[in-house]
Write a protein of this length. Structure first.
Length: 630
């Protein structure tokens, strides 16, 4: 990558004395120390990034189709991390120049390659004192050791030692070093880095002989001017929403937020930026926070927004009636985005918002007419519509209005207006109920219904007879002593009621509430309980005991496992059966083991160690441990 160094001529009088700013020998040693050890905040990632990128650049330079091989290998008890390319390799002068001199790079005059600072090749010294270079070049394999040490100015210096030389038929360079103390983090970092790398490059990551991963292949890709956006399956560890990752030279650097939202939550989005389009710090750990870089970010977001708008233009709206009766009113999705109705059919959205809803009929029960049209009933613009709704309900042959509580209902008033010719109204019919021959209400029709609240929210409006019918249909008929045998908290709740003016605070899971004293007394006469009654208290206690017992039965095995990690397939089935019948014994076992763990004995120390590190243990071994004391 071009590093963008520019210079301007100095204009000054020849009579002025001058000196050139530079660096002493000691200063150069100190500078080298900082460049290799202090510029990286994540030294493991630095090693992974720099050496893989260098190998990829070499393959790109020489059009090598063979994959770059990254390996975490085990040699006896030592974990070795390595990167191998199969390009041309380097001769001895090249090795000592590239790996021994800072700011010596073959890439700082071109944006074809990722590197350019001449620093990444030494990044292993930020992690370890010694790393190895194995160069295959012109029929000779030469091994070098790069070592930190020595120095007569108080700062360790890097030295390159030639170790061996032998013939070879291969070409390329391998970098390797010991990562035994951090092998897990190197594994995790390498896997994530390789998976996120540009899929156009051939990289393989192995753990010993097992192929772990290659760069992920995108599901979809699209050109956005000079940028390219890709969509991937989201990692289980990635919880970011509406985040777009920026990648340059194959390396993911940072994320920007798509403020318009609409990216699929279960997908990951990556935008490739041409190398050199944005500036990065010398550590190459991120993209610099500069005004010019922010302009690039804004350009990318604007291109994505334009792409989204073009996608919206492709959406063909459904007829209006389908949005009224189905969940289509929520959002629409394609391969790239989720669109809210407000975005992709704004005119239809406004028309739906002007639609009035009244509790007469549920969406699922709407019957289309013989022409397949959805009737939308137009009511007169008056304050009280109760009699009109009941007359329409009788006309539609709806006998029990409570069955439809909680649904959205399709009735409109005279404020509804289809204001755009973009809305397809071919499947709806506006019906003026004044022009229908609605049946008149009988004079003795009982209109009074009372509110019932459940768990802090309105459940519905009923007469006492209607509610009795509803509960009997839900739980079955009961005798006078039903509360003595009830085992279902939901059943007890629906047959217990209390008075409550503020239903937001009515959250007793064993009780319903009403703000009508009339309904309260009528339900008590029909056999409903008061939450203050002895019968209700006994029933609630009985259900609580049953639920607790079932809960303990379900968690007996889990409780034992969480306390000490047994082999999952080595339980004594008779013990488990016994503990399920007597769950209180689990607590007793835990008390005994806790007591032993507090002892200053051999068995106490062993148990502490096993539980601290989550070690599986055979039941027979546990018995032997418990017999130990000193």
């Amino acid at each position: 990558m071009k590093i963008g160094i520019t210079s301007s001529p100095t204009i000054a009088s020849e009579t002025l004395e001058k000196s050139t700013m530079g660096m002493s020998a000691k200063g150069m040693d100190i500078a080298a120390y900082f460049l290799r050890d202090k510029i990286y905040s994540d030294k493991t990632l630095a090693c992974v990034r720099e050496y893989i990128c260098n190998a990829v650049d070499e393959h790109k330079k020489y059009n090598i189709e063979r994959p770059v091989v990254v390996m975490l290998d085990t040699i006896k008890t030592t974990k070795i991390w390595s990167v191998r390319d199969y390009a041309k390799g380097l001769d001895e002068q090249g090795i000592r120049s590239i790996f021994g001199m800072y700011f010596e790079s073959t890439k700082n005059h071109s944006n074809e390659y990722t590197g350019g600072f001449g620093i990444g090749s030494k990044s292993a010294h930020s992690y370890t004192d010694t790393f190895y270079i194995n160069s295959h070049h012109n029929g000779t394999q030469t091994k070098y050791a790069c070592v930190l040490g020595g120095g007569d100015k108080g700062v360790p210096i890097g030295e390159i030692f030639k170790i061996s030389e032998e013939p070879t038929s291969e070409s390329g360079i391998e970098i390797s070093f010991d990562v035994t103390n951090d092998s897990h983090y190197f594994f995790k970092t390498t896997k994530m880095f390789v998976q996120n790398f540009d899929h156009n490059f051939n990289i393989e990551f192995y753990n010993n002989t097992d192929l772990i991963c290659t760069p992920n292949m995108p599901i979809n890709s699209v050109d956005l001017g000079e940028y390219k956006m890709h969509q991937y399956e989201k990692s289980v560890y990635d919880y970011a929403v509406d985040q777009i990752k920026l990648r340059m030279g194959g390396v993911v650097y940072k994320s920007i937020t798509f403020a318009s939202r609409g990216l699929h939550n279960n997908k990951q989005y990556v935008v490739d930026i041409p190398i050199g389009k944005v500036t990065i710090p010398i550590s190459r750990e991120n993209i610099e926070d500069t005004s010019s870089n922010k302009k690039v970010f804004n350009e990318i977001l604007e291109n994505i927004e334009n792409f989204k708008n073009k996608q919206i233009e492709k959406i063909k709206p459904s007829p209006f009636g389908e949005y009224v009766t189905t969940s289509k009113s929520n959002e629409f999705s394609d391969d790239w985005f989720d669109y809210s109705m407000r975005e992709y059919i704004s005119d239809t959205y406004k028309a739906l918002q002007s639609l009035g809803y009244y509790d007469v009929i549920s969406k699922s029960d709407i019957q289309r007419d013989s022409n397949g049209k959805l009737p939308i009933y137009k009511f007169p613009n008056i304050k009280s519509l109760k009699s009109w709704k009941l007359r329409l309900a009788n006309y539609l042959k709806i006998n029990n209005l409570q069955d439809y509580k909680g649904y959205a209902f399709v009735i409109i008033d005279n404020h509804f207006n289809v204001v755009s010719d973009k809305i397809d109204t071919s499947d709806i019919e506006i019906v003026d109920i004044k022009k229908l021959k609605l049946p008149k209400l009988e004079k003795n029709t009982k209109l009074k219904q009372y509110n019932i609240f459940k768990s802090g929210a309105k459940f519905g409006s009923f007469t006492s007879e209607e509610f009795e019918t509803y509960v009997n249909e839900k739980f079955g008929d009961v005798d006078d002593n039903w509360h003595e045998t009830v085992e279902d908290s939901d059943h007890l709740q629906f047959r217990t009621i209390a008075h409550c003016d503020d239903y937001y605070s009515s959250r007793n899971k064993f009780c319903l509430y009403t703000n009508s004293k009339t309904l309260l007394q009528e339900l008590y006469q029909l056999g409903w309980l008061s939450p203050a009654s002895t019968e209700h208290q006994n029933a609630a206690n009985q259900i609580t005991r049953i639920e607790d017992f079932k809960r303990k039965q379900d968690y007996v095995e889990y409780d034992l496992q969480s306390f000490i990690h047994f082999d999952n397939y080595d339980y004594n089935p008779r013990l488990i059966k016994y503990l399920k019948k007597n769950p209180h014994r689990v607590d007793k076992i835990k008390t005994v083991i806790t007591t032993i763990k507090t002892e200053n004995t051999t068995r106490g120390r062993i148990l502490n160690t096993l539980t601290r590190y989550g070690t599986n243990i055979h039941r027979q071994d546990l018995r032997k441990i418990l017999l130990l004391k000193n």
